[in-house]
Design a protein around this ligand. Structure first.
Ligand code: HEM
Length: 152
């Protein structure tokens, strides 16, 4: 592999670690720790935490897309082994889910907090939780496929 490919793979894997690690933290550490807190405190906190985390994921998504696209071209583009295309396809699905979460669901939480409509906020948080779980499962499957692709 060339230095450019090493750098691309480094950026790719670091961004994947930020995205997947952040989702694990949100789902399995933050969420259970907030379950006993009243919605008036919980929802603004979730809004503030995810407002920052989603910015990090936005940067991670851009890095994954650019580095992954670069690597895919270097691995033969259309002629690259099929697991790499599977990774790209799953990655794009994950990015679309992220886009929906970031630009449709998260603003609902922000609006609900501003209007102090706690039940609306709680519903949006539940949708966000499901989308995060979906992306977590897809992300782990994608990592498994990435490892599998080494045999090709
Ligand atoms: C647009 C989306 C993506 C594209 C085009 C893409 C493409 C690639 C390519 C070409 C490689 C190099 C494979 C190799 O070194 O043999 C790679 C490595 C890797 N990618 Fe992706 N990827 C994408 C998204 C993702 C996502 C979303 C994840 C995880 C959630 C992921 C996880 C990995 C891992 C773990 C490796 C290292 C594989 C290894 O070197 O054994 N990728 N990716």
């Amino acid at each position: 592999m060339s230095i450019a490919m090493d750098v691309a793979l480094f950026l790719h894997l670091t961004a994947v670690a930020v995205w997947i690690g952040g989702m694990i933290f949100a789902q399995f550490c933050l969420r259970p720790s907030l379950s006993d807190i009243s919605p008036q405190l919980r929802l603004p906190l979730i809004g503030a935490v995810f407002g920052r985390f989603l910015d990090w994921v936005g940067v991670a998504v851009l890095l994954i897309l650019v580095s992954g696209g670069f690597l895919l071209v270097r691995f033969g583009g259309g002629k690259a082994p099929w697991p790499l295309h599977a990774m790209a396809a799953l990655g794009v699905v994950m990015m679309m889910i992220f886009g929906h979460l970031r630009f449709a669901v998260f603003p609902r939480i922000v609006r609900a907090v501003q209007a102090q409509k706690w039940p609306d906020g709680a519903r949006a948080v539940e949708i966000m939780r499901r989308l995060v779980i979906a992306n977590l499962v897809l992300g782990i499957v994608t990592i498994a496929i990435a490892v599998y692709s080494r045999g090709f």
